[in-house]
Ligand binder design. Sequence first.
Ligand code: NAP
Length: 276
Amino acid sequence: MTTKAFVIGHPINHSRSPLIHGTWIAAHGLDASYEAIDVAPDDLPRFFERLRQGEFAGGNVTIPHKEAVFALCDSVDPLASTIGAVNTLVIDDGRVHGTNTDYLGFLGNLDAGAPGWSDGLETAIVLGAGGASRAILVALESRKIGSIVVLNRTRETAEKLAAELPGPISIAPLEAFNDIAPLAGLVVNTTSIGMHGSRFENMNLALLPKSALVTDIVYVPLETSLLADAKALGLRTVDGLGMLLHQAVPGFEAWFGVRPHVDAGLRAKIEMTLGH
Ligand code: NAP
């Protein structure tokens, strides 16, 4: 019998997940399918009833459902609760379990693109305090980084996040970047700045140590202005596409029983869809 998985969202036609999982299904010769399903917010409870009937092994959840599915899952793992979002569902014996694989995607991407990046890392700067930032803070906490400084435009959002998440997190405004930069071994952009040609103003990357790593989770464009500026200064960089690819690995393994690999062929395939 074909093992089925899905991604739900509203709208859903932009999702690259069917291409990622479809590529792995074909590569492993599995009797499996992965389909995009448009589910409007009002239809979510009915969709969960369908899930409990056992038609699917599981699936992904994307905007706008990542928070709403919490109340509908039969269980949610503690890290997803800490992050405040569910992006992966696994159905077992009529029960729907929710988890979040974004933090694993972030770690997998940096481990592949900058091996050893967290060894002895004292200070990390995280730009942004939105949903993605929470997943990244959980990821950084898991690597026991000495100090994590969250810089955000809106102070209240950052305060809430620092109060709710574990780890050595402090907060400051974006304008504090140049003061903290000389101490930072890692800079992560989790804001949407970088999309549509937008860029950070008055941020002097030349103040970072020469060994610093700069990474952006925005992947459209693939080379954001932050990454381009960091590269021009000779700093190490890792782009955000790998996070999208690596976050798909645990779900695929849970539904289909095979651990897939993120390789250059898959990356090239997804890269071709960027900007479309
Ligand atoms: P979100 O919850 O809406 O958070 C947006 C963040 O960006 C907030 O910290 C917000 O600051 C900040 N921001 C937005 N516009 C700004 C501006 N003009 N100036 C200063 N700060 C600004 O969004 P999200 O879900 O965290 O996603 C953020 C980005 O990450 C998106 O581009 C998304 O596509 C990307 N992402 C990538 C992956 C991946 O797999 N690579 C995964 C998830 C998300 P305020 O608090 O001040 O509003």
